[in-house]
Design a protein around this ligand. Structure first.
Ligand SMILES: [Fe+2]
Ligand SMILES: [Fe+2]
Length: 173
């Protein structure tokens, strides 16, 4: 069954939102590399790859259900950050916005009894729990760290170990 024009449009919006997420996290990676906090920089470089992967996951689904890609303009993200805490506050708020968009899309799919889209989106519901939790955990750590530079470098070291694993270790369908 082909997806409706409404669902097609919402999936395209979601693709743009995932790409916009990649842009935002690239700006954050750059902020940290400039500040010589390379572990944090690495964390966001991996995050860029995750977001591009999300966009492509929607892209493939769109084609599987007879949809058409309609790319839209992506506005330049914020690129001035006050401090690491500010970065993670924005990242958390951004992930919460993405979660809302996924919920909205699920709501629309259920209204149309489009169970194919609904089932596809379940993966993103779980993914968003992880994404929000990840940003929230680091934000809390940064709040505890405060002005303690050695604690900040310790966290920076921890984040330098993050590497990209497609689908967070889950097998690609
Ligand atoms: Fe995403
Ligand atoms: Fe995300």
């Amino acid at each position: 069954m082909k997806i409706s024009a409404t669902i097609q449009s919402l999936i395209n919006e979601q693709i743009n939102l995932e790409l916009a997420s990649a842009h935002l996290y690239m700006a954050m990676a750059s902020y940290f590399l400039e500040a010589e906090l390379r572990g944090f920089g690495n964390f966001f470089i991996v995050q860029v790859q995750e977001e591009n992967y999300h966009a492509m996951k929607h892209f493939h689904f769109l084609h599987e259900v007879g949809g058409r890609l309609q790319l839209r303009t992506i506005e330049a993200p914020i690129d001035k950050f006050e401090n690491p805490r500010h970065v993670f506050q924005i990242a958390l708020e951004h992930e919460e916005k993405v979660t809302k968009a996924i919920y909205h899309l699920i709501d629309a799919a259920l209204q149309e009894k489009d169970f194919a889209t609904y089932t596809f989106l379940e993966w993103f519901v779980k993914e968003q729990i992880e994404e929000e939790n990840l940003m929230r955990t680091i934000l809390r750590k940064l709040e505890m760290i405060g002005d303690n530079t050695s604690a900040l470098f310790f966290l920076n070291e921890e984040l330098s170990k993050r590497s990209y694993e497609p689908s967070n270790g889950e097998k690609e369908e």
